[in-house]
Design a protein around this ligand. Structure first.
Ligand SMILES: Cc1ncc(COP(=O)(O)O)c(C=O)c1O
Length: 380
């Protein structure tokens, strides 16, 4: 079946966070991480079918959902998980926040690696825990952990390490060895590792497969909490369904206690969509990856041909990380907004001279975005 990723769909009057930000201004938004593509027809059909039943009370994950999720994780990542390890939560960010309450004892330190998705800086209670930032480094054009710096920064006060793999905003898919090295550092000080793998379904390079952190470091399985969701891959962010995978029952109990009464249950339609995604939307995901891969490759050539801009090479996600240092601007995001392009500012991820560009949109729109960027830079 041929899926349509080319049609420009207006998101006006849908309450779109991405599009409403600029209202009537002529600014094309390429910031927040959702896609301008329609969802898989298989998912839309499942939602339509569910709407025929008129009762929307509290809902549990169906036995079928557990089955298709376990099957999906086994067939795509080669990871055998058990039903008892899974907990359903409405969002990965809630899962990160709950983890800081569950695993970081008062006064202890939480390690994060900038540049990083901005919520990693914000999910902890500042009066309770100290955030230790250990920047990633660039090696052979690829962002990765600075293991020496990690070694220096992780110590007896470290209770929790928050990982993001594949990584937002750099698009790195970490290798088994990189992930294992970080988990081994955690083991030395008995810290918990929370691995946000929300982008795992969006690996663009077939020679760099996503390795779940637990598989990368199986000897540390009992200290690892994995957070995943179908939301990024299948464009369901507005429905709110995510899950944690926690093999260690004690860590799971602490996670559940931190969520109780604060984190709401997953909504009925969110379960329906997630089940349909894992059950029948794999061909759509493959077609999406092909489209995104072509967008990425085209964008890389275009951006790199614009003086002063350099797109970092990336293996996963639909978020391009662009170095704009050479433009020498004080407010790079504001400059491009004035020329009709709404980037995510690098500052929110911890790197002010960078821009993040979401290329999950029809090629025609991406071409217009690039043409505006080129025109903007030409005015300097
Ligand atoms: C790394 C990462 N984690 C979490 C989220 C958001 O998760 P949720 O909407 O499930 O809270 C995003 C969204 O862009 C993300 O990039």
């Amino acid at each position: 079946m041929k899926y349509d990723f080319d049609t420009l769909i207006s998101r006006n009057d849908t309450g779109s966070l991405k599009w409403d930000k600029y209202g009537d201004q002529d600014v094309i938004p390429v910031w927040v991480a959702d896609m301008d593509f329609p969802l898989a027809p298989e998912i839309q059909q499942a939602l339509t079918d569910r709407l025929q039943h008129p009762v929307f009370g509290y809902t549990r994950a169906s036995a079928r959902l557990y089955d298709v999720l376990i099957q999906h994780i086994s067939s795509v990542y080669g990871w055998s998980i058990e039903k008892e390890w899974i907990n359903w939560i409405p969002g990965v960010v809630s899962g990160l926040a709950a983890s800081t309450r569950a695993y970081a004892s008062p006064g202890s330190e939480i390690v994060v690696n900038p540049p990083i998705y901005h919520h990693f800086f914000q999910v902890h209670d500042e009066s309770r825990n100290k955030l230790v930032k250990v920047p990633l480094c660039v090696r052979e054009g690829r962002w990765t952990y600075d293991l020496e710096a990690m070694k220096q920064s992780i110590g007896p006060d470290t209770s929790l390490i928050l990982l993001c793999s594949p990584h937002n905003p750099t698009g790195t898919v970490f290798t088994q060895q990189e992930l294992d090295s970080v988990c081994e550092l955690a083991a030395e000080v008995d810290a918990v590792v929370v691995s946000d793998e929300i982008h795992c379904g969006l690996v663009l390079d077939s020679n760099t497969p996503h390795v779940p952190t637990v598989l990368a470091s199986p000897q540390n399985q009992d200290r690892i909490v994995t957070l995943m969701s179908a939301s990024k891959t299948f464009n369901l962010a507005g429905l709110n369904c995510s899950y944690s995978i926690i093999p260690n029952p004690e860590l799971q109990e602490r996670f559940n206690r931190a969520c109780a009464e604060i984190v709401p249950m997953v909504g009925t339609l969110a379960f329906t969509a997630t089940e349909a995604a894992f059950e029948s939307a794999e061909p759509w995901r493959q077609a999406l990856l092909e489209y995104l891969r072509a967008n990425r490759d085209w964008l890389q050539t275009e951006i790199d041909s614009i003086p002063g801009l350099k797109m970092q090479s990336m293996q996963a996600t639909y978020l391009a990380w662009i170095d704009a240092t050479e433009l020498g601007l004080n407010d790079t995001t504001g400059f491009f907004e004035r020329h009709g392009v709404g980037f995510s500012s690098g500052e929110q991820f911890g790197q002010a001279q960078y821009l993040r560009l979401n290329f999950a949109c029809p090629r025609a729109r991406l071409e217009e975005v690039v043409s505006r960027i080129r025109g903007a830079v030409a005015t300097l």
